[in-house]
Design a protein around this ligand. Sequence first.
Ligand code: NOJ
Length: 566
Amino acid sequence: MGKASSKKWWKESVVYQIYPRSFKDSNGDGVGDLRGIISKLDYLKSLNIDVLWLNPIYRSPNDDNGYDISDYRAIMEEFGNMADFDALLKGVHERGIKLIMDLVVNHSSDEHEWFKRSRSSRDDAFRDYYHWWPAEKGTPPKRWSYFDLEDNAWQYDETTDAYYLHYFSVKQPDLKWENPELRRAVYDMMHFWFQKGIDGFRMDVIPFISKDTAYPELPESYKGDFIAYYANGPRLHEFLQEMNREVLSKYDIMTVGEAPGVTLEQALNFVDEDRKELDMFFHFDLLALDREPGEVFKMRKDQWKLTEFKQIHSRWDAVFKDKGWGSIFLCNHDFPRSVSRWGNDSPRYWHNSATMLQTFSLSMRGTPFFYQGEEIGMTNIRFDAIEDYRDINTLNAYHKAAHRCDDLKAFLENEKDASRDNARTPMQWDTSENAGFTNGTPWIKVNTNFKEGINVAEQDKDQNSVLNYFRKMTQVRKTHEGLIYGSYELVEEGHEEIYAYTRIWGEERYVVLLSFSENQVTFPLHTLSHKKGTLLISNDEAPQNLPDDKITLHPYQAAIYRFTPK
Ligand code: NOJ
């Protein structure tokens, strides 16, 4: 039995991600806050989730909604203060839930004291906390940036006649991990939060922290794949091992890295227990499935295929079969809503799609992560006008497209499916104004479909709602260890409409059947050698006993059967 089966609380946890800006506003300023989260803790408990992950709540000028931090030890004023945070942590722990925070240390804000000092003089003690290129060396070698209007990661700074590096916006300068003093400062900050009692970190773009500081010119072969060329640098694992030794190993906590560019082949370098680095990470293969090759934010023209979706999950499951551990997620604050993306959000299929996808995440091997609103089937907002968008990424891309005289209508069509703001519209609590999110003017528009049943209050009362299915399914996962630790094997791998797999753990055996189709589909069962299959859960009418030869599934139906072998 491999180590993947060694038991850990974070393998058995269901994680719920909160984007505080859009969760619940308590003071009427239109922005969600910590007191708002506190007011919803009993609701969160009712979901049977184990861990909350908060997107950044630190002090920030909000160029990138909190991913530009100006003080790692203070709370963003719009969100509250440290006393609110302490009360939140206490309330979370009192309910037997754990809390993990976002660790954003590839870059800080340009308004952080470290950067203010660093840019003030070439001789300042903090100069080497960031990556600088002195202008007398000429123009620095081309480096690309996600959120720069000119796609240029080097920003010229007059005060010291030098360029600084920023892989994200011009207000997010990259920290220089090669400097041991910077590393020490980051570790101290991590201890500060652990000593407060937090239970772990989600680590923002963690592979980017190491760079080749010789900044070589890009080779001829460079085709824009910047992650492979100059993001995941040579000292990455040395830094992660040091962080583990100096900080992580001292607490009973969990870590999950955001890992753009990390391949199947590199996976165990991060999470093999013997290497003592991280517990889990988020890979990006699924996120790329409906995008143009090499493009993070451009939708692919043809339809993605279920067989591709299966292959991605099966390959990643196989990597962690004996060592390490995976994560399962279908959306987050950077990507569109799962039901709109992987299911079908038209009224006819919405309920089954949303619950089928929940069944998937909660029956796979790997820790499941849900994003706020997924439990009630929130959908993409599909804004028509650029004025409705708030995300720096969409706004910058629009300006660039306008500058190039691109087809702006086509651009806006793409954003309807791709924009990060689809995930960032406020949580839909009830049928009152602004879906109960705020008494003020929300910082971003609320999706009007809160009036059509997509809200917590109404779903709470309806036994057949998406919300109450989520509660049942989280309970099913918790009470059936085989769904957590069991082996995973595809059934009828090439089937284009049904995703089916078994989970086997000693005497416990399950078959999971998931329809990704708008049609009734009959699925063959003869290759699954079984008898006495009994229904554990389904989101639609399903036979109590698993038939021998075949089963007909309704559109987007999910069903799990427990069976014994023949
Ligand atoms: C990844 C985060 O998830 C995203 O929201 C952010 O813009 C970038 N990292 C930069 O921190």
